[in-house]
Design a protein. Structure first.
Lengths: 279, 279
């Protein structure tokens, strides 16, 4: 089910700049117990992305109301929000005024086996590189060809995620996830100053680590460091935290810090999924 | 007027990967005397882009027939072809099989003043940088946020084009055009191995230069070299060749080699615009 600018509809003007140029942003949100989880954080990131791309953010209250309305249709699902610069303008030149397009869509929750959470997944390194440009780093924009080419590198269903390096050979993230490494009881995650998406679960995990006194380092990581980690896991809003049990030839255990962070995330998810009562 | 997968229509499925991810390619073609100019070259580049992005190219004969059909509606216009990976797939993972979407649209020719061709244009250097990634270099893909951010840097209508540098500070191209510099009776144009679009007019101009014995160098250029050129011009399929009469504080003459190449291009355009007669 889709809401396009507030109305049911699933066809968009071919002149929309989202279709013409990938000129927009998106959010992917877990729906649990008919509620969109961490919605405030998603809308805050979307607002930040709009500011970076000079797109007027649709009213947060309106987006939140539409998101909550759609989420009522599903006990467990995925809500995707797309905001584009709308139609018009002359070539790359943006229209004045900009009338953004907003699309909300509710999708079934993917049928991931339970053991991806409990036993971990298998990952590989991708050949496709992420380009470095601070202007687009961190935000969840619609220019996703690098991810698509990376995901097209493998068809083996035993491999659930590919880790991507940037053109300077630093490990940045997974194709659809952020990456964390535990080494000597400290937590590491790649810095996202040049590329990558600053994920909502990544932000939560960093917060949990601070809460429990676990040192967190956002620094560049290389392949050798990642392969030498004690624990590895990947995160996004749909999968939560997936431990990595194998990366290329390296086999890892699902470690105690990964389990602890999974528990903290699940507590936060359950709290978010509580029905809210009017005062 | 639009043809969407062969039928009149101007609304596309919101699930189309062009809208979701910028997962596709485009061509922009001049229509003159009811004919799409240099159509074979455009379709060849589109085919090359499809191979690079692993999108099955729609039949060239079909695209050519639809392009010629649409062009009959206009003495002077711009024909845009978009090919996307279509709908489906799971997140970034591409669908199997891929059923590409093709959209052809005919637009009015922009009302550029005649003196942009004869007297030249004013250009500036952009702050926005192009990211470097050989996987996407050269092809005319739908991930165009860098161009949009660059074009949003100025609103002064006296400035017609912005020149873009890559993240390694090399001059690559204009926001919507390719760049050529003449220095000491030799022709220079930036190499496009890391980013940029390999334009059809760029390809033609390089060919004309070879025909007339003008040495052509595809090499990295920096800002100082560009500012020191004897002649500068920018090219694309809609504008043809626009001399640059001013770049930042530097004022240039419209030079003899620019004029000669303009004449050669116009001869080639006129030959393309001739009606074809059945044998």
């Amino acid at each position: 089910m889709f809401l396009l600018n507030g109305e049911p509809g699933h066809y968009v003007d071919v002149a929309d700049r989202g279709f013409q140029y990938g000129d927009g942003l998106f959010e992917t949100i877990e729906v649990l117990n008919r509620r969109p989880l961490f919605l405030d954080r998603h809308l805050k990131r979307l607002d930040h992305g709009c500011r970076r791309l000079l797109i007027p953010m649709p009213q947060s209250e309106l987006l939140a109301a539409e998101a909550r309305q759609l989420a009522l249709e599903s006990d467990r699902g995925v809500l995707k929000i797309i905001v584009t610069r709308g139609s018009g303008g002359r070539g790359y030149r943006q229209p004045e005024p900009i009338q953004p397009t907003r699309l909300l869509g509710l999708h079934p929750y993917p049928d991931y086996p339970e053991n991806f959470q409990t036993q971990g997944i298998r990952a590989r390194f991708c050949w496709q590189r992420l380009s470095v440009n601070s202007a687009l780093a961190g935000i969840k924009h619609l220019n996703r060809l690098e991810q698509i080419l990376a995901r097209a590198e493998w068809r083996d269903d035993d491999i659930q995620e590919g880790l991507m390096l940037d053109t300077e050979e630093r490990v940045v993230e997974g194709v659809m996830s952020n990456l964390f490494a535990v080494k000597a009881d400290q937590l590491y995650t790649p810095s996202l100053t040049g590329c990558g998406v600053a994920g909502i679960i990544r932000e939560l995990v960093i917060g949990f680590a601070c809460d429990i006194g676990l040192p967190v380092h956002e620094i560049p990581l290389d392949q050798v460091e990642v392969l030498a980690a004690d624990e590895l896991f990947v995160t996004n809003s749909v999968i939560g935290i997936w431990p990595v049990r194998r990366l290329e030839q390296r086999v890892l255990e699902v470690g105690p810090l990964t389990r602890r962070l999974q528990n903290l995330l699940n507590q936060a998810r359950m709290a978010e999924a509580q029905p809210c009562f009017a005062a």
